[in-house]
Every structure is written in structure tokens, then in C-alpha cells.
Ligand binder design. Structure first.
Ligand code: WT7
Length: 654
């Protein structure tokens, strides 16, 4: 989202308040054997396009590209005239190379059932599903909506679409019928793939009724393909086809045809804070190049020995790029888990790591802060000595959460890579490299080799070290979104109009004295206090650095004197007492950590924070509370009862 507060343009850019002196050097053995070394930065700086061409050569192309990049700003074509099949690259080529018996996925169902799927199994499953889609009349360029729990048929469905050149549009299984319908309509999808339900929090949770409700009024949908997962009863409509009826009887052979590097691979909708969801469009060659290379580089993936687990849902871009496409293109062995981290107990994640000897874990700050709140004793009960690299994505990671993650999950041995990217960027853009970077807790550090990002002021001038401002990307990158589905103008307006010639992701950032990058959250969340632009992230991190605080959310509320005043919502750690003095103690702590300008006007102790289904704090709703307004649209909240809990906690004259 572009910032829509023109008044701010004349204000100073983001304050640079936080000081952090901790550094974590890469472990010597990891550095010595790392997939990518410091040379990669130099190689990419010398010839960026040649660098990406070498990354593309890691894939198998049926026809090599003519030109690496055709750039007619802001429209990019990568690997022009190249042809490849994404599913062949993710599956068949590994079988052909003799790795058919290698495990692609260890799948763990929430109730404790499990399945082991080798690359040879995956080849058969994907081929059958591709044949079934063809029988259902789905062909190249058709759109397929996918609304499923985290079961093996989900990645199989994505790959089946990719194989035949159909464009998938995955809609997260927690979304409502209205959200599903609007996404089906926008993409004009022909088919929905779904399941009767999935297991969540110890019980079957139905999906099919939501699809029925959405599809009742979607003329474009010809069929609904339904996987039986929970066995719960489902109403039948005349569009329904059972997966076990149609897919199982197909031939397990399917010859993939090569698609153009710029043929669409998928659409994924991002909600954005206003307006209708944007259908972010990704294509095949560049997307697979960057998702695979970054997975190899940022996680130092060794396909022979690593067991990799990304805990995201495939309904988000993290799952697309780092559960399905990147890991499979690299021939990795991954874990997929269906359910929630607290079922049947709060050690479930650590039990899974112990069971499969997971070596690389990729999760989100919101999950890490929840584990901190649950207590250090829970992970301590499990053997997690197999872990060697930890990753974080989705929000800025507070330095305290970073250090906790490294210590309590990584046994103080593992590097933590804080990876910045977006649905729109398709793959990781800014991140430490685990064998190269002396990482700072809370910093995404440097753009990856081949990525040219910067921090600029409101006049688009690069800020000096020590300065803050707006994150921009100066050059196109292979996995960039190509447009917003059906709306080129909105693509131009949203991402390419704020700073002439640069991509604007909508995030604030700062450069520290060494020139390393710290992400400061969405610019819409930045507060203006007595002429200073202060980032909510920095104040939140200061609060979380207090031993009694588990989580914090900060907003700017209108204030007659200071323009905005800082209001904080705080969840205390398990044992901490909610007392008279805690608010004062925390206000003083922020003042000491960041300076008096950042001292919150008000601190409210709350039991929960409002979050989206992908775990991001919805500060907009907290602003409504802080400014004493009726609360806005809560339809994207993961748990709609949270706002009531928070309102009950408020002093009546808040
Ligand atoms: C927004 C994109 C990328 C996959 C998941 C989210 C925030 C993401 C970080 C990070 C600070 C981060 C940004 C970004 N974000 N990763 N490591 N540090 N902020 O995808 O839903 O498209 O959200 O998430 O604000 O713009 P998304």
C-alpha cells in the first residue's frame, strides 16, 4: 500500500532510535561448507543479469532463454523465450536423476496420522491429478481456485495445475465464503479444489459448506473437486466430483509440456488494508529461479542431509515459495504439518522436530512470541539438537524474540535468518546468509546478491548510514509480480508511483551505522509524535525487551498537543503480575531504551491482540480503540472475539 498521508512528506523521515550491539557470527563449520559465500555479492555486483542467469541454470529448461531481462518499466519479462515445465523441475527431474526413493514430504496430520511421500510417489500423484484436471476440462491458462487444508493433495493440486499450465489461485482455508467468492469471481475460475474439511485444534473443521455457499452464486465454476480428509458428512451438489473417484482411476503417466518463462503460474490475493483484494500475478521462469536459489542460499539447504520444515500455510506466499516450489525444485526433504502448534499439547512443534530430526526451521515472529509466552520449559523437554538454521518471516522480529528463538530453539548454536519479502516479491529479497553474515538480532541486514534495494527519503534520495526512510527496490528481480490480475493501472499506481522508477513495497526501514537494514513495518503504521516519525516496531521491540512483556502492539492516537501520542497494548508474560505500577515501569523502560520522545502516553494490559489469519497485528483496530471510535471492519481477524476482550479491559474513560 502506498502511504496516503501527504502531510507527512515534509516531516523528517523515520527516527532511528533503537541501539543494538549484539552480533552472532556464523558457526565455523557452517561457514566452511556454505552453499553461498561472500563472493556471491561481488559476482552479482559485477554483472547482475549474468548472476541471475547462473541461478536460472540450476533449473532444467527445455529451451534456453534468448535475453535475461526485457524491462519496459514497470513491466518486466525475465528469461525471454525460455521454456520449462515447473512441475517437471520440482518432481520428474529428481526421479530421472535416480532420487525417486528420496522423501519429498513427511506429512504429519494433526490427529497423529502421517504419510511419507517420495519423489516417485509425487510424480505419480501429480500425473494422475493432471490427467483428472484435463478430464474435467481444465486447460492451459484456465484458473483453478484451491481451498484446502494442509494435506498432501494440496501441493499435488498446485503442481498438477503448474504441469498443465493452469493458473492456480490458492485461497487460505480460514477465509469466509464471501472472501472465497470474490476471489473466484475476480479470477473467473473454472474449478475449485477443496476437501470435506481438515483437522484443527483437535476436531474436524468443515470446508465444503463454505465452498457450497461461495459457489452457489459463481457461474464461472463448472466443477468442485473434493478430497475426503475428515470423513464428515457433506452435502452434494451437481458440480461435485470426489477426488478418490476421478483422480485415483487416472493413469500415473503424464507427459509434461514446456511452458513459456512468462506464462502465468499463479495468482495469490493479498488483502491490503483498503479496497478489494489484489490478485498478485507470478509467472514461471523467474519465479522458480528466485524461489529455488534463495531457498538454496538463505537456508543453506543440502538436499542429501537436511530435513526442512516451514510452518506456514500453503495458503500464503510463504507456503507457495518455501513449502512447494523452492524446496521441491531443490530436491529437498520437507515436513508438512496439518494443524495448530498447541494440539494436543503446546510442545507439538518441538515434538515434530525431535521426531523427524528437522535441521532447518522457518516460522513467524508471531509464533515465536507465543512460544515465549507459553514458557521456556516447554521446548526444553525436547531434543532439538538436529537444528542448524532457523528462519523468520512475516513481520519485523523483535530483538528479544530473535535472541529467545536462537537460545531456546536453536540451542545458542544456530544462525537465525530474518527474511524480508512480500507476496509481491515472490521470494526472499533481504536477509542474512547463514554462512556469511554476522547477524544482528532484529535486522534483515542486506539485500541478497542480485537484489538492489535501498532506503530513501521522501525526495527519493538515498539516506546516509544512520538514517531512516522508505524501503525501495531499484532494479527488477526475477520473481517480481508481473501485474495485478486484470488491473495494470492499479499495479502502476500501487507500487511504482510513489517514487519515480523504483518499486515501493510500503515498508519503512532504517540503515544503521554499518549500512545494515532494519525493517520498521508498514509506513501506514508509522506514528508522528511532536514532529518525529516514530516506528511502531521500535517501540514494540523496546516493550518486548522488558522481562515482564510477552507481546506488544503500539499505535499513534490523535493528540491535540503532539499530533499523535503513543498508545501501547501489552500482553504480560505467563508469571508477571498485572499491578498498579507495571504501566509506569514499562513507560520508564521505553523512555530509557529509546529516549523520552518515544515514551507511551498510555499502556493498556490486555489478554490478546487482534491479528490477521496470517498472524500480523491489526493496528488499525487498536487505533479505533485508542481514539475511542467504534471498531472498524473485523472480517479479516483470525478471532473476532478478541476485540471484545480488549474493550472490556479498557478504563471507561480511555
Ligand atoms: C509484508 C508482506 C513474505 C511472506 C509473508 C508475508 C512484512 C514480511 C518481514 C520481515 C519485517 C516483514 C512487511 C511486508 N514483512 N517479512 N522479515 N521483517 N517485515 O507476506 O502478507 O505479502 O506481507 O510483511 O511489512 O511488506 P505478505
Amino acid at each position: 500500500m502506498a502511504p496516503e498521508t501527504p502531510g507527512r512528506e515534509t516531516q523528517e523521515t523515520l527516527s532511528n532510535l533503537l541501539r543494538e550491539d549484539r552480533r552472532f557470527e556464523p558457526p565455523a563449520d557452517l561457514a566452511a561448507a556454505a552453499n553461498v559465500t561472500a563472493e556471491a555479492y561481488e559476482e552479482a555486483a559485477q554483472d547482475r543479469l549474468a548472476f541471475w542467469e547462473r541461478a536460472a541454470e540450476r533449473l532444467t529448461w527445455e529451451q534456453r532463454w534468448e535475453t535475461a531481462l526485457d524491462w519496459k518499466p514497470p513491466f518486466a519479462k525475465w528469461f525471454v523465450d525460455g521454456k520449462l515445465n515447473v512441475a517437471y523441475n520440482c518432481v520428474d527431474r529428481h526421479v530421472e536423476a535416480g532420487h525417486g526413493d528420496k522423501v519429498a514430504y513427511f506429512w504429519e496430520g494433526e490427529p497423529g496420522d502421517s504419510r511419507t511421500i517420495t519423489y516417485a510417489d509425487l510424480q505419480k500423484e501429480v500425473s494422475k491429478a493432471a490427467n483428472a484436471l484435463t478430464e474435467l476440462g481444465v486447460g492451459k491458462g484456465d484458473r483453478v481456485a484451491i481451498y484446502m487444508p494442509m494435506i498432501p493433495e494440496l501441493p499435488v493440486s498446485l503442481l498438477a495445475c503448474a504441469r498443465i499450465g493452469a493458473i492456480h489461485s490458492v485461497v487460505f482455508g480460514g477465509f469466509s465464503a464471501t472472501a472465497l467468492k470474490s476471489r473466484i469471481d475476480d479470477a473467473d475460475a473454472k474449478l475449485v479444489i477443496t476437501a470435506d474439511g481438515g483437522f484443527r485444534r483437535g476436531a474436524p473443521s468443515a470446508l465444503k459448506p463454505t465452498v457450497d455457499e461461495a459457489v452457489a452464486d459463481c457461474p464461472s465454476i463448472e466443477h468442485v473437486l473434493v478430497v475426503r480428509r475428515t470423513g464428515q458428512e457433506v452435502a452434494q451438489t451437481d458440480k461435485d466430483v470426489w477426488w478418490h473417484d476421478i483422480v485415483e482411476r487416472q493413469s500415473a503417466e503424464h507427459t509434461p509440456v514446456a511452458h513459456d518463462a512468462e506464462d502465468p503460474l499463479f495468482i495469490l490475493y493479498t488483502s491490503g488494508t483498503t479496497g478489494k483484494p489484489k490478485g498478485i500475478l507470478h509467472t514461471t521462469g523467474g519465479y522458480l529461479t528466485q524461489s529455488a536459489w534463495t531457498h538454496h542460499a538463505v537456508f543453506d539447504l543440502k538436499p542429501e542431509s537436511d530435513i526442512y520444515w516451514c510452518t506456514a500455510d500453503i495458503g500464503w506466499v510463504t507456503g507457495h515459495s518455501y513449502i512447494v516450489y523452492g524446496p521441491l525444485a531443490n530436491g529437498a526433504t520437507s515436513v508438512i504439518y496439518e494443524g495448530t502448534p498447541d494440539t494436543p499439547h503446546r510442545g507439538r512443534f518441538w515434538e515434530i522436530i525431535q521426531k523427524y530430526r528437522v535441521t532447518i526451521l522457518y516460522t513467524a515472529p508471531t509464533a515465536i512470541r507465543t512460544f515465549m509466552k507459553w514458557g521456556d520449559d516447554i521446548p526444553a523437554k525436547f531434543d532439538m539438537s538436529s537444528l542448524r538454521v532457523l528462519g523468520s518471516v512475516g513481520e519485523p522480529i523483535n530483538p528479544e524474540a530473535y535472541v529467545w528463538y536462537r537460545e531456546h530453539i536453536g540451542g545458542d548454536r544456530t544462525p537465525v535468518v530474518d527474511t524480508w519479502w512480500q507476496t509481491e516479491t515472490g521470494a526472499i529479497m533481504i536477509s542474512p546468509l547463514p554462512g556469511v553474515t554476522a547477524a544482528k538480532p532484529g535486522a534483515a541486514m542486506k539485500p541478497l546478491p542480485g537484489i538492489v534495494a535501498d532506503v530513501v527519503d521522501d525526495q527519493a534520495q538515498s539516506v546516509p548510514n544512520g538514517g531512516g526512510g522508505f524501503l525501495v527496490v531499484r532494479e527488477p528481480w526475477p520473481s517480481m509480480l508481473r501485474t495485478i490480475w486484470g488491473d495494470d493501472q492499479r499495479y502502476i499506481d500501487t507500487y511504482w508511483s510513489r517514487f519515480e522508477g523504483f518499486y515501493f513495497p510500503g515498508d519503512g526501514a532504517k540503515k544503521d551505522e554499518d549500512g545494515d537494514l532494519w525493517l520498521l513495518g508498514r509506513v501506514d503504521d508509522v506514528m508522528l509524535v511532536s514532529g518525529h516519525n516514530i516506528s511502531t516496531t521500535e517501540v514494540e521491540s523496546a516493550l518486548v525487551s522488558h522481562p515482564k512483556v510477552a507481546e506488544a502492539a503500539v499505535v499513534g492516537a490523535t493528540d491535540p498537543v503532539t499530533t499523535q501520542a503513543i498508545v501501547s497494548f501489552v500482553i504480560l508474560r505467563g508469571a508477571a503480575e498485572e499491578g498498579e505500577d507495571i504501566a509506569k515501569e514499562l513507560r520508564d523502560h521505553v523512555s530509557k531504551t529509546l529516549g523520552p520522545i518515544a515514551k507511551p502516553r498510555q499502556i493498556l494490559i490486555v489478554p490478546e491482540l487482534p491479528k490477521t489469519r496470517s498472524g500480523k497485528i491489526m493496528r488499525r483496530l487498536l487505533r479505533d480503540v485508542a481514539e475511542n471510535r467504534s471498531i472498524g471492519d473485523v472480517t479479516t481477524l483470525a478471532d473476532s472475539s478478541v476485540m471484545k476482550l480488549i474493550s472490556e479491559k479498557l478504563p471507561s474513560a480511555a
